[in-house]
Design a protein around this ligand. Sequence first.
Ligand code: WTA
Length: 635
Amino acid sequence: MSQKIQSLSEYFQEYQESIQQPEEFWSRIAKNFHWKKPWDSVLSWNFDGPEVKWFENAQLNITENIFERQLSTHGEKTAILWEPNDPKEPERSISYNELFELTCQFSNALESQGIQKGDRVIIYMPMIPEAAIAMLACARVGAVHSVVFAGFSSTALADRINDCEAKMVLTSDGNFRGAKNIPVKEVVDEALEKTTTVDKVIVYQRTQESVTMKEGRDLWWHELIQSESKEHTAATLDAEDLLFILYTSGSTGKPKGVVHTTAGYMVYTHYSFLNVFQYEQEDVYWCTADVGWITGHSYIVYGPLLAGATTLMFEGVPTYPTAGRFWEIVDKYQVNQFYTAPTAIRALQAYGLEPLEPYSLSSLKVIGSVGEPINEEAWHWYHDHIGKGKCPLVDTWWQTETGGIMISPLAGITPNKPAHASLPLPGIQPILVDAEGNELKGNNVEGNLCIKFPWPSMLRTTYGDHKRCKDTYFSTYPGLYFTGDGAKRDHDGYLRILGRVDDVINVSGHRMGTAEVENAINEHPKVIESAVVGFPHVIKGQGIYAYAICDREGHTDEELIQEIKDTVRKIIGPIAKPDEVQIVPGLPKTRSGKIMRRILRKVASKDISNLGDTSTLLNPEIVDQIINGAGIKNS
Ligand code: WTA
């Protein structure tokens, strides 16, 4: 626990050290781990390639650092607490010793089914301990996991399987989510009709749903592990060997496979977990994310387990069976650190204070927020009613690509300022730039958020397409990693994240590329062209607004709108379903044929003041038609 910063002055001191002597700093932090072979150099990098290597030529296995390194002191400690979707079902509590045995057993199962170091394995599972066991077993044998959120459609799943040429899929029969029972195995079966690389599917029995098991391909998890030993020798990995691929949306094309490697990710998730949440050994920590997202990877599974923490996993949703479910769980397990998304807070805030009444929440020491900018109203509600005004609120800014929390208060150390992610963690060097890439120095400035120096858990590439990684993140401002976010540095030097400045919409904390949604809409046979923008949404943060030019023949607008929504749900998944669809006669275009999204965003937000100069449009008349169609009075 020596790695925990204890005071603000220590933070400033450690921060200075981390930027003046990054290699010394990170090698000091990394010495805490078990390395099979030490590194030759701490860091080599250039952002032009980009090529970044941390702890080069070191050898290790991340699961040995979770298990073997800690079992003598933490063996009996609870590693995972699991709360089922249905509160009437029994909970589970798994110690580090037990988790180790389960991981070893499943590692042997993976190997007996032909999985070798470097193979890609898709995990499409509910929020059950076996999802974490699946990830850990992959890491233990050196396979590269790619977790796909179990709400994605079969097409989205197939795209990901094909992109990384996965050899295996780990899934379940069904998935309990609130009052629903989602037949996930069927989705996998459908996806596999569009893929050729998967040899084996391992199915965990969760809902006792009757499913079709394909002979020679599909195996039951419980049957498979029966004959496997609970001992396993971890594979030896190089520091820069792939740990996982996680697909995320960007402003262009299909989702890309963000690649994270072993050693740097391990060092940084552990360090950031301990410091941001100020975890103490007896604490119970709960992050409400899904393992299908980066937050689940870094701060349900890897960070907490590397720190020997007790991490709570919840299978269900915040409002089932009642809007008090989160608070019931906090009291039941005496949760000390609670980490969730602003969208969940706003959704629960809408139920008022009554659902909170039966619960004391007195165990809470730290509350956290992630995934999207937290508006001040939600910040105060969370701080006052959940944190009871006494818990530090850590507003943590980071991304799938950054692997770990980059900008955040350290709980109880950094003074809290509502809606401000505040200050960078040690080792993180954020800068703000103007449109031309000039650094905006000093305070009271607003610009595009970039990072100018590598950090251990940064993405290394986008799977199978290194040029795309360079183009997306390292070309807008040469020599800098560009985040896609805008931010403001206030008069105290504290950072406030303003949101995406590219064509990415943040819906309930989930990233959706507008191009991706448009591509899905365009699959509808009656759609001629479409344009998608975000608009402010009280609960979701941003909602999805789609404009579509359609061949209306034989269809009412209502039918088309419903069908378009269904098409997106089918192609991507329910999270991408547009909130609003407007059938339009045309889209505002510049003379070079580019859609003027600025106008579409304004109409979607029902704010048509300052539409700007529309006279240069190819079709200026369309603007009024769109405004009228949206039911806005053009005064
Ligand atoms: C947004 C989630 C404001 C941001 C960990 C970023 C935030 C994107 C915050 C990454 C925050 C995340 N304040 N905005 N505290 N945290 N974001 O990859 O726009 O799912 O670029 O990673 O979410 O989303 P991702």
